[in-house]
Design a protein around this ligand. Structure first.
Ligand code: ADP
Ligand code: ZN
Length: 214
């Protein structure tokens, strides 16, 4: 089963994708994570995208489609979770072609419904474990008092360079201008399912599971 998690920055796509990986043996393909990795690798492509990401703008379709194409090689019976991809109609068309060329297709698009005020709160409170990627939130899931990640035990918490108000405003605008048209696109294809994204992590996970098992 191949699914897309669709929603604005801070909607909780990454958190839910990680739960699906644990519970359903699926593979998470996060273009945001891939681009951040490229950035730390210091390659030419990495340096080029770093500045774009920090401003909160979208990286070119060509780059992200190339990254996804690489990861689709090989056999993955559990299926893929596309997290943060596609973000434009061109990316959506490219994904359909890529899946088709691998003899598979997209099954469901989960659109996560949230309101903008919650997004700003969530993102400015967000940090992650630099070792395993576990996501923390200053209000709802603070970093453990002993300074060690509850998932892997590392003490290397990070905040993203683009998790500040100015970049966030740009990221939201990019989402509404370029990504939200995908809601209509997948609705027209009969693949769109809405899930309320504002509840507790486990409530949202339950709602997503209900859609996937339906
Ligand atoms: P969020 O969903 O919280 O904004 P991501 O980690 O998915 O975070 O993305 C961070 C940044 O990486 C984006 O603001 C953008 O610059 C870049 N990016 C990630 N995925 C894509 C994509 N599919 N197309 C273009 N740019 C992308
Ligand atoms: Zn960790």
């Amino acid at each position: 089963m191949n699914i897309i998690l669709l929603g604005p920055p801070g909607a909780g796509k990454g958190t839910q994708a990680r739960k699906l990986v644990d519970e359903r043996n699926m593979i998470q393909l996060s273009t945001g994570d891939m681009l951040r990795e490229a950035k730390t690798s210091g390659t030419e492509m990495g340096n080029k995208v770093a500045a774009v990401m920090e401003r909160g703008e979208l990286v070119t379709d060509e780059i992200v489609i190339g990254l996804i194409e690489e990861k689709l090689q090989g056999d993955h019976a559990g299926g893929f979770i596309f997290d943060g991809f596609p973000r434009t109609l061109a990316q959506a068309d490219a994904l359909a072609d890529l899946l088709k060329s691998h003899g598979t297709q997209l099954d469901t698009v989960i659109a996560m419904e949230v309101n903008d005020d919650a997004l700003v709160d969530r993102i400015t409170a967000r940090s992650t474990c630099g070792n395993c990627g576990e996501v923390y939130n200053d209000h709802t899931k603070p970093q453990p008092a002993d300074g060690k990640c509850s998932n892997c035990g590392a003490s290397d918490f990070k905040r993203r360079a683009d998790d500040n108000e100015a970049s966030l405003r740009t990221r939201l605008m990019e989402y509404y201008k370029k990504t939200s048209p995908l809601i209509g696109y997948y609705h027209a294809k009969g693949q769109l399912q809405w899930v309320a994204g504002l509840g507790e992590i486990d409530e949202v996970a339950g709602a997503i599971s209900a859609v996937l098992d339906a």
